[in-house]
Structure formats: structure tokens, C-alpha cells
Write a new protein. Structure first.
Length: 406
């Protein structure tokens, strides 16, 4: 037996009773016979309060030339109550693709084509408010608009003049399939159509259909050209990554430190303000190099060895240019537009017999970071002194300091 999805609610003994009634009841309702005495319900009604019966299902308002001419039915803001709509149904027969596309075709006939996006938009909203889902509307339009090619293969092929893609606007998907309250309004923008070559032919608030120009598939030359561009883009990305990886690093607290002549050797780093124990004074500057690269550079520029600092992961920070002198633009390396802060590369170590260092060098959070940290309070004017380590070559300490060049 066919049943209709009319939902009778009887509130009895604190519960809600839902009963499926035969199709005959729908017919009675269409005739205005609101069947409050349906036999199966009487028993429940006897035990509970008065039975509530949902609104009767009206026949689908026909689309006629007159109704098409009447812009009211195409106005999304029209209250459902004015349409005699029975809210709450989402699978009405007329929402099925075949029926709905037929109804839409009627509209197209009256309108001599779907060239008026606003009207179609309104019609879509109208059927949606009658309970048709977004998918049903979409299926209906697909089956109505020849030649329709909704598959991804057709989308790729770019069938000329066809509507190759269609998607519901997000608000359509999110909005309820059928308003359950009188006065519900539909979203003004229900659909967007995409034509060949990915061209969107609808506006944000209406729908238009147009043919896209035929795009012949690219030949071999075009594909080679495309591959060349992709290779170039990949090469540029790789170069940018390499430049970033080899960028000069290092920084210092300019508010606490300055470089000036040292009584120990050449230039040194001095406190220009009181420095508290534990203060991070900066990170040693330079480009990160492997041991092999470092050996190669020191052969070209021996002075580099005076400034290169071994990092915790076995590489070296090299703050010098091609001649081995500290430089804001250490070389070799990928071009880098920003100057590097070289202040800490001038830090000396304490001479023999002096009180000792006042700053430690520690590994930072990132590989290659060497942080200078005040080991005790450093008064203004005092020189920042570190320990170069056991393996540092001090054989030249009796000779002229490096910065004077001899
Ligand atoms: C990292 S640089 C320090 C900056 C250097 N004073 C300058 O003017 O360029 C290291 C070099 O400084 C000199 N130096 C640093 N501490 C020294 C010390 N305690 N005694 C002698 N020379 C020192 C050595 O020539 C050493 O190779």
C-alpha cells in the first residue's frame, strides 16, 4: 500500500505518535477534508490532548503563461503561506529530476529561453521553497539543458558551447531544503554555472547561460611550452629555497653592545649599558657552511679561520667576505638583499692571566644558532669576552691582530 508522508502528531501520555496514513487521506486533504478523526489516531487522541494535524498538501501551483507573467511567484521573498505551501516535505514527486525539468522547460517555453537569470533564479528559489533539494534542482537543470556534460571527463574535454559544470552556492547547501515556517525566504544566489574553459557565466545573484568559445586542445608545441614554464617555476622555487637556506644569520643587542678598539687585540665588543646575568646578547653571525666548504674557503682566504665558529651540529658560521674579513654580505653564497649584523664576530677572548670570560656561547633552539649569553653582570664599558675553545689556532696571537691586516 502506498503511503504518503503526512505526519500526524498526537501528543498522548507525554509521547509523540507518528502515524502513516494511506494516500486517500491526501486526497481528502486536497478536498479540504482535514481528517481529524482518522481511525488509527482516535485511540491515541482519546488518551491525550487534542490531535494536531499538519497543513494539507496542496497541488503544485501550475506554471502557466499567466503565472509566469506574474512576477510574484518568482519572488523569493514571497511567504510560503501565500503559496499554500505545505512545509516539511523534501521528496515531493514534482522535485524528481524528470518532473522538475519538465516544469522548468515550461518556464523556458514561456520565456523563450533561459536568458533571464533573475527569473530563473527566482524560479529555482520557488521550487526550493516548495521542498526540492539542491541536488534535485541541480539534476533537473542538468537534464534540461542540452547538451549537458557534467562529468569530469567532459569538463576536461571542454565540449564547445556546453555547460560543463554547475555548483550550488554554499548558502543553498546550508539552507534548509524546505522552509518550515511561513515567510521563509530563499537565498538570492542559488546557482552558478561554469562554461567551457572554466568561465563562470553567472553573476553572484543571478543565473545566465551563455556559450563559451571553442578552445582547441593544445598541440605539442603548447605542451612543451607549458612544461618549460613549469620547469622554470620549479627552478625558481628551488633557487629561492637554496637562497633562504644559505642566508646570512646572526644578530646582536644593539642597545647593549658596541664595537670599538680593544686593548686585547684589534677591535672588540663592549657593553654600552649594564648587562644582567643571563641576558642573551645575540647570535653569532655568518653563513652556515659544511666542513669541506670551510676548508676550501680557508685555502682561498686564510683569515677566515680567525672568525669561523663551529656550531653544535658540526657546521661552521662564516661571517667573512671573499677576502676573509667580517662583512654584512658574507661570501660565497646565494645573493641575499639584507645586511648581516657582524658585531659579535669581533668578540675577543681574555688574555692569559686575566680574570676570564664573562659570556658563554650556547647552542640555540635552531640548528646552527650560537647564542651569546652573559655569564655574569657586565658593567658598562667592559669588554665582552668569550672562550674560543680548545681547538682554536692561537699561534698567531703574538703577531698583529687580523683587522689591521699586518
Ligand atoms: C674573532 S676575531 C676577534 C676580533 C678581532 N679582535 C678583530 O679585530 O677582528 C679573533 C682574533 O682576534 C684576536 N684575538 C682575540 N682574542 C685574543 C687574545 N686574547 N689575544 C690575542 N689575540 C686575540 C686573534 O687575532 C684572533 O684570531
Amino acid at each position: 500500500m502506498t503511503v504518503v508522508r503526512h505526519f500526524y502528531r498526537g501528543y498522548a501520555a507525554g509521547g509523540v505518535h507518528s502515524l502513516w496514513l494511506p494516500e486517500q487521506h491526501q486526497i481528502w486533504q486536497r478536498r479540504g477534508l482535514h481528517c481529524k478523526l482518522a481511525a488509527p489516531v482516535v485511540l491515541a487522541a482519546a488518551a491525550g490532548p487534542a490531535l494536531n494535524i499538519t497543513a494539507a498538501q496542496p497541488p503544485l501551483p501550475p506554471i502557466t503563461a499567466q503565472s509566469i507573467d506574474n512576477r510574484d511567484i518568482l519572488t523569493p521573498q514571497q511567504p510560503l503561506s501565500q503559496l499554500g505551501e505545505d512545509a516539511g516535505h523534501s521528496s515531493k514527486a514534482y522535485c524528481q529530476a524528470d518532473n522538475l525539468s519538465g516544469l522548468l522547460r515550461q518556464f523556458g517555453t514561456y520565456q523563450e529561453g533561459f536568458d533571464n537569470g533573475l527569473q530563473l533564479d527566482g524560479l529555482m528559489a520557488y521550487y526550493r521553497r516548495l521542498g526540492c533539494s539542491a541536488e534535485q534542482l541541480q539534476d533537473a537543470v542538468y537534464s534540461m539543458m542540452p547538451p549537458i556534460a557534467s562529468s569530469s571527463s567532459a569538463r576536461r574535454a571542454g565540449v564547445p558551447g556546453s555547460i560543463i559544470g554547475m555548483r550550488a552556492q554554499p548558502d543553498l547547501e546550508l539552507a534548509p531544503a524546505s522552509g518550515t515556517q511561513a515567510g521563509a525566504t530563499a537565498a538570492p544566489a542559488d546557482f552558478t554555472f561554469e562554461a567551457g574553459a572554466g568561465r563562470v557565466v553567472s553573476g553572484a545573484s543571478n543565473v545566465q547561460f551563455s556559450e563559451s568559445p571553442w578552445q582547441p586542445p593544445g598541440g605539442l608545441g603548447e605542451q612543451v611550452q607549458l612544461a618549460a614554464w613549469e620547469l622554470l617555476a620549479a627552478a625558481l622555487a628551488a633557487a629561492a629555497l637554496a637562497a633562504y637556506e644559505s642566508r646570512p644569520r646572526g644578530w646582536s643587542r644593539g642597545d647593549l653592545l658596541e664595537v670599538r678598539q680593544s686593548n686585547i687585540a684589534g677591535r672588540g665588543v663592549f657593553a654600552r649599558a649594564p648587562i644582567a646575568t643571563g641576558t642573551v646578547l645575540g647570535a653569532y653571525p655568518g653563513r652556515l657552511r659544511s666542513a669541506a666548504d670551510m676548508v676550501a674557503k680557508c685555502q682561498e682566504a686564510p683569515l677566515t679561520a680567525s672568525y669561523a665558529f663551529r656550531t653544535g651540529d658540526g657546521r661552521f658560521l662564516d661571517p667573512t667576505d671573499a677576502s676573509g674579513q667580517p662583512s654584512p654580505y658574507p661570501q660565497p653564497g646565494w645573493p641575499w638583499p639584507l645586511p648581516m649584523d657582524v658585531v659579535l664576530s669581533y668578540a675577543n677572548e681574555p688574555p692569559k692571566g686575566s680574570p676570564g670570560t664573562n659570556t658563554t656561547v650556547e647552542d640555540g633552539p635552531h640548528p646552527g644558532d650560537l647564542l651569546f649569553v652573559a655569564a655574569n653582570d657586565i658593567p658598562p664599558g667592559a669588554e665582552v669576552l668569550i672562550d674560543y675553545g680548545m681547538t682554536y689556532d692561537r699561534s698567531g696571537y703574538d703577531r698583529t691582530p687580523p683587522e689591521t691586516g699586518g
